[in-house]
Unconditional design. Sequence first.
Length: 69
Amino acid sequence: MLRLKYERLKRGISQTKLAAITGIHPATLSKIENGRIYPYGGWRMKLAAALGWPIEKAEELFEEVERDE
């Protein structure tokens, strides 16, 4: 699973809510979380900010992680 989805779930934020916060269409967010598309820089920054993730580490949100991390 991508760290993005892991961090979203850990914070109890729904995909719909994260989409609303970032302005990214829910279907697009789903594709990002499932690794079907890679977000451009602006979306990476919006997603990091919405999750309280350090902007300078935004790239790490799109790495694979184990569920129990």
